[in-house]
Design a protein around this ligand. Structure first.
Ligand SMILES: [Zn+2]
Length: 427
């Protein structure tokens, strides 16, 4: 089997990895590359010139598998419709999350692809590859690692993962999988520079102690589809007698995710329209959901929890406000008063997974709130990566999305391969 990392070997994100077995070709992820200048990159900049992706080729691409719905793992799919002959594999929840997210922007291109669903733990086939998806703990609505088998070779691709959020059980279950001898492990290493850090629940408990009895809004950097953190914030709201304030987009995602999970027999503990201390603001995103007639039924159920700006201003001291891209626009227009407020954000994240979040954080940082940078991240600490490698014992380790390849070579020596983008590795 051959492995070619088209993008992601030398940068954080923008992943696209090709596996070749005989006449079969499989792609893993098709992410938009990270932005380097802070400006929004043109969507076309994400397009890779891989034979078969946009036109017919011999041999054809047997499948493209998406690990999770962060821009840096699927964003290039939106740049230009790919060849409909290529099967694109993702879960139903992932497709729905992408559809809701793209509809929020009037100018965004809808996802056009020949989509096939996979389900966690259920093997599926693409060309000569047999693929088993495993649910991982990460900050997307759903995130998967894959065991890929062909011609007696076995490769694991981790996607993005960690073990310290509130779905930590997923990582434990992945360790428990008896996958057989692994020829190559392709692992993310976004935060490999950090040996170990606290869990998200510890961070939230610390914040709870800090804000108990305090009268002031709590702003928390939290992407719209970071369901794990939204769930933690809902508990924090309950424990500190506060309200969790979201917009129509987040409320819609939460509701749809719950409904889709329930369809598969899983009852999620995430907040939703049933959560009594959830409040929905009437901002532009909420207005946009109102315009989308396909969500009219959900929107009508949102109405009882929608409160006007007067209510928001009168109850400011008791609000927990997840901050996502462009939150500062309505905060500036409708609240403006940031006295006594606290800003919670990760000191280690680049917030590149949702366009505009980094800029929003900068705005908040210069407004004199009490800053609480926390040691927290959506990615695996090096201790977690080490645990996975010691557990799966791969013959060869290929880190992607990392600025710390030296951590890998220092820990695992010659087993580590550090290819350049486009270089072929034979395993
Ligand atoms: Zn991610």
């Amino acid at each position: 089997m051959k492995i070619i990392i088209h993008r992601g070997a030398e940068e954080l994100g923008g992943n696209c990895i090709e596996l070749v077995s005989g006449e079969s070709r499989l792609l893993l992820d098709y992410g938009a590359p990270p932005r380097t200048d802070g400006a929004e990159a043109a969507p076309e900049a994400a397009i890779l010139n891989i034979p078969g992706l946009y036109e017919k080729a011999t041999p054809p691409i047997s499948g493209l598998i998406i690990s999770h719905t962060h821009q840096d793992h699927y964003g290039a799919l939106l740049a230009r419709p790919i060849n409909p002959g290529v099967k694109v594999f993702m879960t139903e929840i992932m497709e729905d999350t992408i559809r809701v997210t793209t509809k929020m922007r009037r100018d965004a291109q809808p996802l056009k692809a020949n989509i096939h669903y996979f389900r966690k733990g259920h093997k599926f086939i693409a060309g000569r590859f047999v693929i088993t998806p495993y649910l991982m703990e990460h900050t997307a609505a759903e995130s998967f690692a894959f065991l890929i088998e062909s011609d007696g070779k076995r490769v694991i691709y981790t996607g993005d993962y960690r073990e310290h959020g509130n779905k930590a059980a997923a990582f434990k279950q992945f360790l428990a999988v008896k996958a057989g001898p692994i020829d190559a492990l392709i692992t993310e290493g976004n935060q490999a520079g950090i040996e170990k850090g606290p869990g998200e629940l510890e961070v939230i408990a610390h914040v709870e102690d800090k804000i108990k009895g305090r009268n002031g809004a709590l702003y928390v950097m939290c992407a719209g589809q970071d369901i794990g953190l939204l769930t933690s914030l809902a508990y924090l709201a309950k424990n500190t007698r506060r309200y969790l304030v979201v917009d129509g987009y987040v409320a819609l995602l939460l509701e749809r995710l719950k409904a889709l999970a329930l369809k598969q027999g899983v009852e999620l503990k995430s907040p939703g329209l049933h959560t009594e201390y959830l409040r929905i603001i009437r901002n532009e995103a909420t207005q946009r959901v109102y315009q989308l007639s396909e969500y009219a039924e959900t929107f009508s159920r949102m109405r009882p929890q929608m409160f006007g700006w007067d209510w928001i201003r009168a109850n400011l001291g008791r609000l927990i406000i997840p901050v996502r891209a462009n939150t500062h626009l309505w905060v500036k227009d409708q609240i403006n008063d940031l006295r006594g407020a606290t800003l919670l954000y990760s000191a280690w994240e680049s917030y590149a997974e949702e366009d505009g979040m980094a800029e929003t954080l900068e705005w908040f940082k210069t407004r004199g709130l009490t800053d609480v940078p926390t040691p927290s991240t959506g990615h695996a600490y090096f201790s977690t990566i080490r645990k996975l490698i010691e557990n799966k014992k791969p013959r060869c380790i290929i880190p992607v999305n990392t600025e710390h390849p030296e951590k890998f070579t220092a820990a695992f020596g010659k087993r580590v391969r550090l290819p350049k983008n486009g270089e072929e590795i034979e395993i």
